[in-house]
Design a protein around this ligand. Structure first.
Ligand code: F0G
Length: 450
């Protein structure tokens, strides 16, 4: 049976599919880069699931209860308690979003020349490690790079590689970062078994283990439904167990916090927390609001609880699976099995005749916008490629915002992609016309190769 929305709609925001010739003009003027297209020219926006979700009526009611006191706001204590009841760590430091949390944590813990291992670092995490003149080392299991392989926990870290790295370079490793779910590996979850094993390796060698918890609720739901021994546990119980194995976490609350803006660091170590608070005052704000207003903290305190609701999580993961399975059954190459927040097209298999140097992912992104007004994002050579070096996967991500689109929207997307797949021989490769030195994918201008 198709998943049914566990909510009804109280407020609507009109969207419109602009005409084909207008879409052609938009994409040309944007230099074939959909980051440069106004959102009003997009029909279904799957650019990201970050900060794009809908808040509930309870969250909007919470907004009215925001305490905007500079110091000691009630909303801070409510949020701190809500976070502690899930994560269990003593210290709570609010920041304006995930990358701000990474910034203040790494500026205290990471020193030049060090190595920060992860299953796979998200790109802002990597950038903040590198900004400290340290190395961000990905240690995903090999299965993460095999898009067709059907395994339940392709987000896992390679524990043998982690052990070897720490034994070889212990003095250089300030912390290990576990990304749950593993965004860059297709939103694939990490198993509790893997977390337990990685934590034991870290504990024996006295290396702190932190979580990048942006999508932890989705990860915990996959543990409940895919891992032996967890089906009778609540997702909240699973989350508490998961975090009990670590020493702290950074969180982009724009994902599983169900808010449009917000984030935090939470951790056990009081000395490190004190140093982070000093960074916080410098870059974000006073310790009882960090980067957030009182009303934002209230909305998050409510939202973080809603994201653990199992009817919500069942619908959420089923909706992503609906798109993933529908495409897979039609022969469209996608990362299998469905991940937590997005469906990823394998652009190498979709367009086998277009080499990485001609950005097959970006060619699909533009073609899909022209076909149906859908905005997706390339996660491949345009985003990660350096001179003469391609990443291991060429992907197109279709990220599903939380509680925003109905299943009819999702099936419209599925039909458009299937149609595009039938016409794939007509899609041409792309070349870069101009680009910036860092994070080029946001602003690069491209053109199709005729
Ligand atoms: N960690 C993960 C796993 C993320 O996916 C993101 C953001 C961040 C950290 C940074 O958080 O955006 O609040 O500063 N991911 C977004 C995405 C941008 O589209 O996947 P932020």
């Amino acid at each position: 049976m198709r998943p049914v929305e566990p909510f009804k709609i109280k407020m609507v925001e009109p969207i419109r599919l602009i005409a084909r010739d207008e879409r052609e003009r938009e994409v040309r003027e944007a230099g074939y880069n959909l980051f440069q297209i106004p959102a009003t020219s997009v029909y279904i926006d799957l650019l990201t699931d970050s900060g794009t979700g809908s808040m509930s009526d309870s969250q909007w009611a919470s907004i009215m209860r925001g305490d905007e006191s500079y110091a000691g706001a009630r909303s801070f204590f409510r949020l701190k308690d809500a976070v502690r009841s899930i994560f269990g760590y003593e210290h709570f430091i609010p920041a304006h979003q995930g990358r701000a949390a990474e910034h203040i944590l790494f500026s205290v813990m990471v020193k030049p020349g060090q190595i920060v291992p992860s299953n796979i670092h998200f790109d802002t995490t990597r950038a903040h490690v590198e900004n400290r003149q340290a190395e961000a080392r990905d240690l995903a299991i090999d299965a993460a790079y095999d898009t067709a392989l059907e395994l339940p926990f392709k987000g896992d870290i390679d524990c043998r590689a982690l052990e070897q790295l720490i034994d070889h370079s212990r003095a250089q490793i300030p912390l290990v970062m576990m990304t749950v779910t593993n965004n860059s590996a297709g939103g694939q979850p990490v198993s509790m078994k893997n977390v337990r094993e990685a934590a034991a390796i870290c504990r024996d060698r006295r290396v702190p283990m932190f979580f990048d918890a942006a999508r932890y609720a989705e990860n915990c739901y996959f543990i409940k439904t895919r891992e032996a021994g967890y089906k009778d546990h609540s997702v909240l119980e699973i989350a508490r167990e998961l975090f009990s194995y670590g020493d702290g976490a950074t969180m982009s609350a724009k994902k599983d916090g169900l808010v449009n803006m917000g984030g935090f660091v939470t951790l056990r170590d009081g000395n490190v927390a004190e140093k982070i608070r000093q960074q916080l005052i410098l870059y974000e704000g006073f310790p009882t609001y960090g980067g957030m207003s009182g009303r934002d903290m209230e909305a998050l305190a409510t939202g973080i609880g809603e994201a653990l609701d199992e009817d919500y999580l069942a619908f959420r993961t089923e909706q992503v699976k609906l798109l993933c399975d529908d495409l897979h059954e039609a022969g469209v190459p996608v990362i299998r099995p469905a991940g937590g927040h997005a469906v990823y097209i394998d652009a190498t298999r979709f367009l086998p005749d277009i080499p990485a140097s001609q950005f097959p992912g970006q060619a699909i992104v533009c073609a899909l916008y022209l076909e149906a007004g859908i905005r997706s994002v390339e996660v491949g050579s345009l985003m990660f490629g350096k001179q003469n070096e391609s990443p291991r996967l060429e992907l197109v991500r279709l990220a599903i915002p939380r509680r925003v689109y109905t299943n009819d929207h999702i099936l419209y997307v599925a039909d458009a992609i299937k149609e595009l797949y039938r016409k794939r021989k007509q899609i041409k490769g792309m070349r870069i016309v101009s680009q910036s030195a860092v994070l080029r994918h946001f602003t690069a201008r491209l053109e199709p190769i005729s």
